[in-house]
Ligand binder design. Structure first.
Ligand code: SAM
Ligand code: SF4
Ligand code: SF4
Length: 338
């Protein structure tokens, strides 16, 4: 394995793969339904990477230091071949951690068990509110929190726990849900991760005023249940960890806006149509699917990706200045996968 370092001396460790740009939810901060009301915005199915193509990219990236894969989307559970795909990836030498991020609405117990058996190690389920009316409005399609809570139970029962629960916090959308969500998962072993609303894409009408800073979230929770910081579990961990003083477990805070972590960003991203993207705020990337379909040889591909990572200097969040206009063309979160 040849370790590669970018211009800021960051190694390549993780690959986030968007399995589809489609989703059955219409969360306003990601895929607002006023804009993404019809399927015409999504890519044609033949543009999506096939299972074989995805596995070929994983094999290639593993030779450059990737050991961790996160499957995301859009909604990754919309992919019918997800279990065999995970099984194929789990066979790749060097891949020791496969995780999945899902909205949970389609995760049955049988599917959770099937994914575990295929080689899935961990799961993150997104849930922004426990209030049925508010959650239905946030996800845009009226899905109830009970459904997502059941998915979390299924994941745990299938041996995919402790489950991480992603909560995007947006001012005026769900700031009142911070304490109830923290409370719901105390003493369960699951870890709630509160994420600052990010300016990904061009459609979610991001504004700095809508960002609830992680420091404020921490203060809100610790006023009720005191917390203390915990060491990061590994280099490049994006969430800052805090444990409850009373032993009820821990939470995570992802402060991408107020405390960016570009300095230790070891992630590359593969869009559902095969583009290799090096930053969440990228607007373009070399299309590996095209290169594979053109029959480019494995060692030539390896050299190409080595050069791409070696030239990388992205640190969008560290340079972000909300007073200045942002790049004119940013890909949407559901295209990149978060
Ligand atoms: N559909 C799956 C889900 O929602 O879990 C996976 C894809 S989704 C794009 C991945 C994660 O990104 C989710 O936890 C979602 O809440 C988060 N996300 C989406 N848009 C965001 C934004 N503008 N700011 C912060 N997080 C966002
Ligand atoms: Fe779908 Fe996830 Fe985006 Fe919500 S955050 S619209 S569930 S891709
Ligand atoms: Fe990595 Fe780009 Fe996010 Fe910085 S802004 S942490 S470089 S993905």
């Amino acid at each position: 394995m040849a370790e590669v370092r970018d211009q800021l001396n960051r190694p390549l460790r993780d690959l986030r793969i968007s399995l589809t740009d489609r989703c059955n939810f219409r969360c306003g901060y990601c895929m607002p339904k006023e804009i993404f009301g019809t399927p015409t915005h999504f890519m044609p199915r033949e543009d999506a990477m096939t299972r074989e193509e995805i596995v070929a990219v994983v094999r290639l990236m593993s030779q450059l230091g990737v050991h961790k894969i996160r499957l995301t989307g859009g909604e990754p559970l919309l992919r019918q071949d997800i279990a065999p795909l995970i099984a194929d990836m789990a066979e790749v030498y060097g891949i020791d951690d496969i995780a999945l991020t899902t909205n949970g609405s389609m995760l049955t117990l049988a599917l959770a068990k099937g994914l575990k058996a295929a080689g899935l190690g961990r799961i993150t389920v997104s849930l922004d509110s426990l209030d049925a009316e508010r959650f239905g409005r946030i996800n845009g399609v009226g899905v109830r929190p009970a459904k997502v809570l059941a998915a979390i139970d299924h994941a745990a029962e299938a041996g995919l726990g402790p489950v991480k629960i992603n909560v995007v916090v947006k001012r005026g959308m769900n700031d009142q849900d911070i304490v109830p969500l923290a409370e719901r998962f105390r003493f369960t072993g699951h870890i709630v991760r509160f994420i600052e609303f990010m300016d990904v894409g061009m459609s979610n009408r991001w504004s700095l005023e809508d960002v609830v800073p992680a420091a404020e979230i921490l203060q809100t929770i610790s006023q009720r249940w005191p917390l203390h910081p915990v060491e990061a579990a590994y280099y490049g961990e994006v969430a800052s960890r805090y444990a409850y003083d009373d032993g009820a477990g821990e939470i995570g805070l992802i402060a991408s806006v107020t405390q960016p972590f570009c300095g230790s960003c070891t992630r590359a991203r593969l869009s559902a149509d095969g583009r290799l993207l090096l930053c969440l705020f990228a607007d373009h990337g070399v299309n590996l699917r095209d290169l594979l379909r053109q029959g480019v040889a494995a060692d030539a591909l390896l050299e190409r990706v080595t050069q791409i990572w070696g030239a990388r200097g992205d640190r969008y969040s560290e340079l972000r200045d909300p007073r200045k206009s942002q790049p004119a063309k940013r890909l949407e979160m559901f295209q990149i996968g978060g």
